[in-house]
Ligand binder design. Sequence first.
Ligand SMILES: [Zn+2]
Length: 302
Amino acid sequence: MKTFSIIFLMLFSLATQATCQKDRVRVQVLGSGGPELTDQRASTSYLIWLDDKGIILLDTGTGSMLNYEKSNANPNDLSVVLFSHLHVDHSAELPALIKGFYFTGRHRDLAVFGPTGNSLLPATDKFIERLFSSTGLYPYLNAYIDSSSQASYHIKVRNVDVTKKQVRFVYRNAQMALSAVPVHHGPLPALAWKIDIAGCKLVFSGDMNNQFHTLAGLAQHANLLIAHHAIPEQAQGVARQLHMPPSEIGRIAAEAKVKKLVLSHRMTRTFGQEVKTRKQIAKEYSGTVLFANDMDIFHPGY
Ligand SMILES: [Zn+2]
């Protein structure tokens, strides 16, 4: 009897963990555009809310800090920054965030996770060092990376290796578990991220063309997949080397059986093609498909 009770409790516990508490979780799009100067959108950034607190920021693209302010998040609630990769349209406004904390009375460390580097982009820890070291671009902010300093908080950086094309567990605390997998974004080191939070799985493709075929594995049964829709179906050349067309997004969403699909990182070459894009995706994936705009809020699907 006792054994049965224990098994029942274990099963119940697993079931509870697997249930997405969707009303506790939302993703706010702080930047739905790409790097263009003409798209009237901020570049990539997503704020993940849990119980009305914005606790994770994924990418800090150009323009995202103004939208972060508009979100009315309390900056002291933010505990983690994730980077998909370090292109300008995903990383440029990190210094604005770090400087801004000076005025919020922040007293808790900030964890930062992003990819290792290569000859084209530094590793995430080097990126931060080049920004904030005493010989870097903003030496007056050096105390935040100098763990021996008396700064009210410190930035704690960890690189995620992109050389092994496998899903890897990165971090866990009481509120979240974070996993990542390398994705193919031309020659750039890049990651897709999965955030397990309140029983929900949120997955972010980042920029990628799916040549590594790693995203569907990460996104299995995701409640929300935010996929980067930077090119139309007919794109060729460099753009196609860097990004996935709608049909590929549809195949991934179908293979992973995601509950809800959001298309972001929209660019002028895809504007006005939304009907076509939907048709291309619908050939593969029959679930909900939504287009992101700045400040939009998405709840997990179920
Ligand atoms: Zn991008």
